[in-house]
Write a protein that binds this ligand. Structure first.
Ligand code: AMP
Length: 283
């Protein structure tokens, strides 16, 4: 695996590969890699001629400085995992390299209401930061394909829309399945910050999503959400931020005609001061 810290070095290679008609699969990450991230590298290797991973803790997508400060950094272990997964290139840029004109010099494209609901409602400015960094990294890497985890389902939809409106519609965006621990807990870099008890409690998030999938209230969404809220009230250590059932394509409340296959339940909750998110398609 070749490691780069500048756009220029990486582009010297990727431009050459593109000229030869090769495809480049890109996996943007913030590091502290786990098997969820690695599944994306494997998907990129399978679908594309070359794989590029970036590790960059993007300051513009954090709404809370403390969350940014506490973000785990494990570069040496990350490199080992990427080598073992046969990742071809690693981009490890500085903030100045990603944002040479300053990180505040950005106007997010208008992609509609999706940026202001669910995660966007609770993390003001988050998706603007995500769009900013993903667009920039796609331009830095010259990737033909983008691989994103469905764990961050709304992020995947936001980035799919963003690529279409900023002139990156040639980039094929792939949404890949959520990798979970045996317990059902979705793998996340933030899980290392959970206490032993916190980790056990966190299992209730995927448990409730599964239960919501199994329950059949003839699409009575309000009831599904209310039952979930009541369930979480049983655990005072879990601070539920939202549990919502929405249309899986628009993330809006369904109009009534939507079939159950079109629904998704999304959840965000705090445990041990750690914000966890998860989701499940209800089919
Ligand atoms: P992050 O480093 O948290 O920004 O995540 C980088 C990419 O890995 C994003 O596309 C995430 O959706 C994806 N990812 C994180 N956790 C998982 C998981 N458990 N399963 C699948 N993809 C994941």
């Amino acid at each position: 695996m070749k490691t780069f810290s500048t756009e220029k070095e990486l582009q010297a290679i990727s431009a050459k590969l593109l000229k030869e008609g090769k495809t480049i699969g890109f996996v943007p990450t913030m590091g502290a890699l786990h098997s969820g991230h690695i599944s994306l590298i494997e998907a990129a290797n399978e679908a594309c001629d070359f794989s590029v991973c970036s590790i960059f803790v993007n300051p513009t997508q954090f709404d809370k400085q403390v969350d940014l400060d506490k973000y785990p950094i494990t570069i040496e272990a990350d490199k080992k995992l990427l080598e073992a997964a046969n990742c071809d290139f690693l981009l490890l840029p500085s903030v100045a390299e990603v944002y040479p004109n300053g990180k505040d010099n950005y106007t997010a494209p208008d992609i509609g209401k999706i940026v202001g609901i669910l995660e966007g409602k609770h993390r003001i400015g988050h998706f603007e930061g995500v769009m900013q960094v993903v667009e920039r990294l796609l331009r830095m890497t010259l990737a033909t394909d983008l691989f994103m985890g469905l764990k961050d389902y709304q992020q995947y939809l936001v980035c799919s829309k963003m690529t279409k409106v900023v002139g990156l519609d040639h980039v094929k965006v792939h949404g890949m399945p959520i990798v979970r621990e045996k317990s059902g807990l979705a793998k996340s870099s933030r899980n290392v910050r959970l206490s032993k008890d916190g980790k056990e409690l966190a299992v209730n998030i995927s448990k409730r999503l599964k239960k919501t999938r199994v329950l059949n209230y003839k699409n009575n969404i309000k009831r599904l959400e209310k039952k979930a809220e009541e369930f979480f009230e049983r655990f005072p250590e879990i601070e539920l931020e939202y549990f919502e059932v929405v249309d899986k394509n628009t993330l809006m409340k369904p109009t009534g005609k939507d079939k159950k296959e079109n629904l998704i339940a999304l959840c965000a909750a705090w445990i041990d001061g750690v914000r966890l998110i998860d989701n499940m398609v209800l089919s």
